[in-house]
Design a protein around this ligand. Structure first.
Ligand code: L34
Length: 297
């Protein structure tokens, strides 16, 4: 069994980004600028957004963190999105999810200018992804395909089972791995909460992607010998034995499954680290106008 070391890969990619920024600055361009909007005090969101801002600093990007109270109205948040859409200093921005219940997430996502949608959540980017056109790929699936690529894992003709059909992970993951070319050309099965006899599907997987948000749900009996196991889950499980009172658990029972896997991602230090760095890669693309050519000022 080999660990798919997301943390190490992310460091490698950050070093590449750092040199790209240095080149941009040397040629008289400005550094890429990412803005992140964080609404409320969700503890996990705070950790993730902090990590995004810190990573920007590490590679020499500019970053702006905009914090809003959980009581912000939908209208006010839409106005903020519009302001960021218009701001020529900002290359790309994200609104960290989840949002408080009184705010319609779809409405916010739709309000983001697709050219600045470095999360790749807007239907324009999603549709472009589905058709194989240039787009911002959503950071988690992007991080996973980059991991597959950099570890040179074969994908052509492989049986892939994706657990979970969310807009930001499961569904785009199933599309990306079924697309033509590498890393793709897989035969993909998308399983979800209404799937019957889940184990009969998962046991056939050469590559198993777990993104359901149920701690340690995937157990050894569900996994084929030699499978590649990609664990997207980051669940906080109560644990009085730790300083924080919780530990992080994936959707996969790591101790049980890892002896059977050929490759497996750890939690933490697997997919999460790749998610953050993929957002930076998208932001660099935004700054360079790689997906949507920059309009002349
Ligand atoms: N708009 N909302 C928007 N964009 C996103 O791309 C996200 N996501 C998901 C939640 N909401 C979002 C993230 O940023 C999940 N996610 C995310 C980002 C970073 C990490 C995990 C999920 C991460 O850094 N994970 C660390 C452990 C962090 C910890 O200690 O809790 C890891 O090593 O897995």
């Amino acid at each position: 069994m080999e660990i798919l070391d997301g943390k190490k890969l992310a460091e490698e990619i950050k070093n590449e980004l750092k040199s790209e920024v240095a080149e941009m600055l040397a040629s008289g361009k400005k550094a890429p600028h990412l803005a992140a909007v964080l609404v409320g005090e969700d503890p996990a969101s705070q950790v993730y957004v902090r990590s995004k801002v810190r990573s920007c600093e590490q590679v020499g990007f500019q970053s702006t963190l905009i914090r809003e109270a959980a009581t912000i109205t939908e209208e006010a948040l839409l106005a903020l999105v519009d302001k960021l859409n218009q701001d020529p200093e900002i290359d790309g921005f994200i609104v960290q999810l989840p949002l408080p219940k009184h705010i319609n997430e779809d409405k916010i996502t739709l309000a983001i200018n697709p050219e600045k949608d470095v999360d790749g959540f807007h239907p324009v980017n999603f549709g472009r992804m589905a058709q194989g056109l240039p787009c911002y790929l959503p950071a988690t699936p992007y991080g996973i395909v980059e991991m597959i690529r950099r570890y040179n894992l074969p994908t052509q003709g492989k049986e892939v089972v994706v657990l979970g059909r969310s807009n930001i992970v499961g569904t785009p993951m199933s599309i990306l791995l079924s697309r033509k070319g590498y890393p793709g050309d897989c035969t993909v099965t998308l399983c979800h909460s209404r799937t019957k006899d889940l184990t009969s599907h998962t046991r056939r997987a050469d590559i198993l992607v777990a993104a359901i948000g149920i701690p340690e749900m995937v157990t050894a009996d569900m996994v084929k010998e030699g499978a590649v196991v990609i664990d997207v889950g980051i669940n906080r499980v109560e644990d009085s034995g730790t300083e924080k009172g919780y530990r992080l658990a994936g959707d996969v029972d790591f101790d049980g499954v890892s002896p059977k896997a050929s490759y497996i991602t750890p939690v933490p230090g697997g997919v999460g680290a790749m998610t953050v760095v993929s957002l930076l890669v998208n932001t660099l693309k935004a700054a360079k106008g790689e997906i949507y050519p920059k309009k002349q000022a």
